[in-house]
Design a protein around this ligand. Structure first.
Ligand SMILES: NC(=O)c1ccc[n+]([C@@H]2O[C@H](COP(=O)([O-])OP(=O)(O)OC[C@H]3O[C@@H](n4cnc5c(N)ncnc54)[C@H](OP(=O)(O)O)[C@@H]3O)[C@@H](O)[C@H]2O)c1
Length: 244
């Protein structure tokens, strides 16, 4: 089996490392790519073809792991050459997934939950052919949640609504605890119900949110836009907080 990658950053590099099988070969291309990506490719065990078009037409499974901004463009450019499954792993809204579905013959909607290089990333899949990818379970926890395109990306967006809103609430609560000189006690009391590592996890979540507050705000805007018929009082408050 041949697995091809469009984009060879963290996701592709990690997957090529995790999926270790004598029956699977990886291909990609360095066409118009940055020196960093070229270096990633050199350091991995993948065959390099001249163009992404060749990669698309030779792959049994073509994985798109580029960027949310470039996902649709890549699908429109290369989707038509893919004869097998086109697995989109980009963090995109269900609306974009549905546009990609129009450009690609056999799309599987994929959502990586957790960082790809974390201890236990999980791959959620939806789409007609999603169950054909269940063999990936041997290498990475893989779940098929629907045969409908858009369900995996909707689930990911829902999860983001919760985690990003919670991060904004955490930032606010810790600020208040600090100004009352009760930060340690605040974490101590919460750890009683939220689990032992609550403080470490919270501080890492806060740091991560503050370091990428622009991107997180954009993601919250996307959530507000997509679920516009729902009550989004808390999500909107989180956006207001992060925009400050
Ligand atoms: N990292 C994670 O844990 C994680 C988890 C869930 C979802 N995701 C999603 O997975 C996707 C990839 O993430 P990543 O962390 O691997 O990103 P990354 O490290 O920034 O790598 C992106 C790769 O895509 C390439 N690329 C960008 N536009 C392209 C195009 N039009 N054609 C071909 N290649 C293109 C980049 O090449 P250049 O260097 O030349 O720009 C780079 O090799 C993103 O959409 C992200 O939202 C990531």
């Amino acid at each position: 089996m041949i697995i091809g990658f469009i984009g060879f950053g963290k996701v592709a590099q990690n997957l090529a490392g995790i999926i270790e099988s004598d029956d699977i070969n990886f291909i990609t291309s360095a066409e118009s790519r940055s020196p960093e990506t070229v270096e990633n490719i050199k350091n991995s065990n993948v065959e390099v073809l001249d163009t992404f078009r060749q990669v698309a037409s030779r792959s049994d499974i073509l994985i798109s792991a580029t960027s949310p901004k470039n996902a649709l463009d890549a699908a429109r450019k290369y989707g038509k050459y893919a004869k097998g499954i086109y697995l989109d792993l980009n963090n995109i809204s269900p609306d974009t997934t549905s546009e990609i579905n129009k450009a690609v013959g056999n799309l599987v909607d994929g959502a990586i939950i957790g960082k790809i290089d974390s201890d236990n990333p999980t791959l959620y899949l939806s789409g007609r052919s999603a169950s054909e990818l269940l063999f990936l379970n041997e290498f990475i926890q893989t779940k098929v949640i629907s045969d409908e395109i858009g369900v995996a990306s909707r689930l990911k967006l829902l999860r983001s609504a919760y985690t990003k809103t919670l991060s904004a609430l955490l930032i606010e609560s810790v600020e208040i605890a600090r100004s009352n000189a009760l930060e340690d006690e605040f974490f101590e009391t919460l750890a009683l119900t939220e689990g032992e590592n609550f403080k470490e996890k919270s501080l890492s979540r806060i740091e991560n949110t503050l370091n990428s507050s622009k991107r997180k705000s954009e993601e919250l805007e996307e959530i507000i836009d997509y679920f516009d018929e729902n009550d989004l009082t808390m999500v909107k408050a989180a956006l207001k907080k992060l925009s400050r």
